[in-house]
Design a protein. Structure first.
Length: 197
């Protein structure tokens, strides 16, 4: 089976995909969520040879390994909304300075997006387009079929992506502001959609 690096952009279906990868790779699966990617702080915790590394880290962390890199994208506005409400509702980010500010300053969605910025392209993907596979959350089942072809393994289609995160009401004016703030991420997302078709 192919050796892969699975770069997981937060709030882009990672929990669902982890289940698939663990099922495929078993003991050869490694979850690496030890970094704080937007700070550039790398924490190398890989202590054994594995065939699949999945987690929140920057594109360049494992570039020294001879692996194909994959990722999943979610529409940047929906991803940001999901991340905002998830981080606002959970006290999980003591090491994440953006979440500390979100909670201490009771930031609005737009304020949070302004400090996070184009996190998809600038922090995680670092402008790279040379992925061996890119899945699209809004087209999950078709993307999963494409991933099955890529990995050359049959994948059970019993996996159903469900966004279980809570969301509040988002005003149309706030969505418009998010589109402006996340313009770079949105352009990357739309170009990827064009290339997949």
């Amino acid at each position: 089976m192919k050796k892969i690096i699975s770069l997981h952009i937060p709030k882009s279906g990672g929990k669902t995909f982890i289940g698939i990868l663990r099922g495929l790779y078993g003991q050869q699966f490694w979850k690496d969520n030890y970094d704080i990617p937007h700070t550039g702080n790398f924490r190398y915790h890989l202590d054994r040879e594995v065939d699949c590394i999945h987690g929140h880290f920057r594109y360049d962390k494992y570039k020294h390994m001879n692996r194909e890199t994959i990722t999943w994208l979610r529409h940047p506005v929906e991803r940001m909304i999901s991340q905002y409400y998830w981080q606002k509702g959970k006290n999980t980010g003591k090491r994440d300075p953006h979440q500390r500010r979100l909670l201490s300053e009771n930031m609005s969605l737009v304020e949070f997006a302004e400090i996070k910025g184009n996190v998809m392209t600038e922090v995680y993907l670092q402008g790279h387009t040379d992925f061996a596979f890119i899945g699209i959350m809004e087209d999950y089942n078709n993307s999963l079929l494409r991933f099955s072809d890529f990995i050359e393994r049959k994948i059970s289609m019993d996996y159903v992506y469900e966004n279980k995160g809570e969301k509040g009401v988002v005003l149309k004016s706030d969505r418009t502001k998010l589109e402006l703030i996340l313009e770079k991420d949105i352009n990357y997302y739309h170009k990827t959609l064009e290339n997949i078709k």
